[in-house]
Design a protein around this ligand. Sequence first.
Ligand SMILES: O=P(O)(O)OC[C@H]1O[C@H](O)[C@H](O)[C@@H](O)[C@@H]1O
Length: 547
Amino acid sequence: MTSLTQTDNWQQLQSLAQGLNGQHMRDWFKQDDTRAQRYTSQACGIELDYSKNLINDEILAALYGLAEARQVSAKRDAMFAGDIINHTEGRAVLHTALRNFSGQPVLVDGQDVMPEVLATQDKIKAFVERIHSGSHKGYTGKAIKHIVSIGIGGSFLGPKIMFEALKPYWYQDIKLHFVANVDGCHIQDVLAGLDHEDTLIVMSSKSFTTQETLQNTLTAKAWFLQAGGTQQDIAKHFICVSSNIKAAVDFGMDEDNIFPMWDWVGGRYSLWSAIGLPIALGLGYENYRQLLEGAYEMDRHFVEAPAEQNLPMLMGLLGIWYTNFFAAQSHVLLPYYHYLRGFPAYVQQLDMESNGKSVAGDAEQVDYATGPVIWGSEGTNGQHSFHQLIHQGQVLIPADFMLPLNVPNQDDTHHAMLASNCFGQTQALMQGKTYDEAYAELEGKGLSEEKRHALATHKTMPGNKPSNTLLFSQLDPKTLGSLVALYEHKVFVQGAIWGVNSFDQWGVELGKVLGNNILAKLTDRDAALDFDASTNALISRFRAANQ
Ligand SMILES: O=P(O)(O)OC[C@H]1O[C@H](O)[C@H](O)[C@@H](O)[C@@H]1O
């Protein structure tokens, strides 16, 4: 097979990128007053303004051509159809079945998975109602007031970040707490403030083998027993979500308290499964369902909209453009909405665990960049720190700005200021400041010619820095569902073009194995150390400090 970089599409894009030398977005906006309108697309209540990108019609056409040549649509259809596209793990990839409201079956190995999906949704709904109505009581008869969700990776980020993002929709009588890290400080801090009689522990682990989650659950169990609960009271206070029912039962989970999921749901795509149970508990079932419906709408858009209007396709292709033709190594996410502050961390796992890969197809070592570093934080905070590098640094950092146009219960002045900063940053990145503008601003400041020239040079901002702006009316559960699915499918588009398997994570697996090998040497202090000299020395220091 021809390597991706040798294809006509790739080479055409390379020469189009070179052709942009000396051109500036500022001029394009001056020359074409339809640019903003032509390069804005919207779906599912999300408006994407991608006009502040280094693109024109010819470049977009070439990017669509690349997507076609790499059969992105056919690969997408294979995912939705339940084909075994995660070929290194021999699994289908069907998070979309978890939010499939079409009424149509979804087959895996000829078996319709929808009855199980719907039955689990019913189980979630019934459980949420029992907790909210107070009919599910703790062992001393108290209603549940606190939920501690224990999980890590996708079993943590999805529930926590989506719950936080939807603060205006919180169910007020229940407080949610999240624990991920095996660092004992975390669980200790969370449990310290709680009463075991009105606390429910939700343990979430797809594999039921993750060290952090198992240990934190054991610690929570010990806390419960020590506080006065007995072994037989555990069923009223501990539930779990897992695809490994046997391991959960062996661990001591009551079978009725296990919410199932399936191996065709990847950890970083699992918030739509029962892993999302804490979200449903924290928001109420109807809001949780809206989240799923929003994702379903984005699925339909991804499948049905032509490339030129297809948000995941556009965002995926723009990312390819900068990663592969402008050597951009990172992509920054800037939610201008405090409650959405966790979103960059969510997309970090989604994107970096999916496309941080080096092998394409069956066994082809790639010779092009794949997934970028994803980072970012809430605006406007970053403007007073790291935005400097985006404005004037030597690396190109494409940005996604996101802003709800309305926010519930907020002072208009604050919101207008927030929006003005968001728009102002995209404008500054695009237009920059020319040397002449900087020089003119220094008029009458009493500077020598030499000083004025030097200062104007420092104050010159190149501009021409790309950004997307995503606007939505407000971040309700449905819009959030669409937003998350948008990024999922963006990642899919990029993985399909790069030809990598976006659904395995062998690098992460290695870390787990090595960590366990070392743990054995920390707990058995006399065990011979047969690792490399650096690792042996680190272990020895730990042993010496923990006699
Ligand atoms: O849900 P679990 O099986 O406990 O897995 C939790 C996490 O474990 C690993 O680190 C995977 O790379 C993640 O994708 C996963 O979300």
